[in-house]
Design a protein around this ligand. Structure first.
Ligand code: SF4
Length: 242
């Protein structure tokens, strides 16, 4: 990962680890700036959700999109440009619920989604079955350079409107990316990128029934897409048609 700057401002190239990016951005801003941005994003999300009568996460995506469109140069990403979809994507339960709603509304057959990525999903399943502590597994490297299960034949995201945060943070501003290894992917280094994971964690906390809530720690469990798909398959019996 390397930090560059040009007439537009600072940017990062070559990020392959979302956690590395988050830590990097956090170092760029003071605690007070981060706290203010977090509270503002959370409040703005609730305002948008109430005004437009939409779920909190959908409102949050609107707030994040607004930050990108007003504070960062225009993205050079486009439909069919899928280089960043050949990497590991990890996300929370709340984001997964949004993705599932999108899949349900569009009539996407999740069994077919799993079958398309069978090799990678099987690798993840075998690792889980081995009894190894999932917290010690490098899930990202297990799936990197493999197609995301939600990438369609036209190299477009099947659930684009509800794609998770990891996908939204992997964007290009200066040139179109030209590598599946992401060495040309660039990030905007916005403060919203630094606080977005905590805002999502808080939204998940607040939408969890009180009886099931634990103390809010600022984060929620992240799992890669293939693992969420396996959990869905195990819960639903897999072969049932949706
Ligand atoms: S969820 Fe969509 S945007 Fe994200 S990696 Fe998969 S196909 Fe790409």
């Amino acid at each position: 990962m390397t930090l560059y700057s040009d007439h537009i401002g600072a940017f990062i190239q070559g990020v392959t680890d979302p956690e590395e990016l988050r830590q990097f951005i956090k170092q760029k801003f003071s605690e007070a700036e981060i706290q203010f941005a977090y509270e503002k994003m959370l409040a703005d999300t609730k305002t948008v959700a109430k005004a437009e009568k939409i779920p909190l996460l959908k409102a949050f995506w609107k707030v994040l999109d607004h930050a990108y469109s007003t504070k960062a140069p225009p993205m050079t990403c486009g439909k069919g440009c899928s280089h960043c979809c050949y990497t590991g994507v990890a996300h929370t339960q709340l984001e997964w619920d949004g993705m599932m709603n999108n899949a349900r509304d569009k009539g996407i057959n999740l069994n077919e989604v799993i079958e398309k990525s069978e090799k990678t999903v099987r690798k993840v399943a075998k690792t889980l079955e081995s009894g190894i502590d999932p917290e010690t597994v490098d899930w990202y490297h297990m799936v990197v350079n493999q197609r995301c299960p939600f990438l369609d034949e036209d190299e477009a995201c099947m659930i684009h409107e509800d794609r998770p945060l990891d996908c939204r943070l992997m964007v290009a501003f200066r040139e179109v990316c030209a590598s599946k290894n992401l060495e040309h992917a660039q990030r905007g280094v916005l403060i919203e990128e630094a606080v977005a994971p905590t805002v999502i964690a808080r939204l998940q906390y607040e939408t969890t029934p009180k009886i099931r809530r634990r103390k809010f720690t600022g984060s929620q469990k992240l799992r890669i897409i293939q693992r969420w798909l396996l959990t869905w398959k195990n819960k639903k019996g897999g072969k049932k048609k949706r």
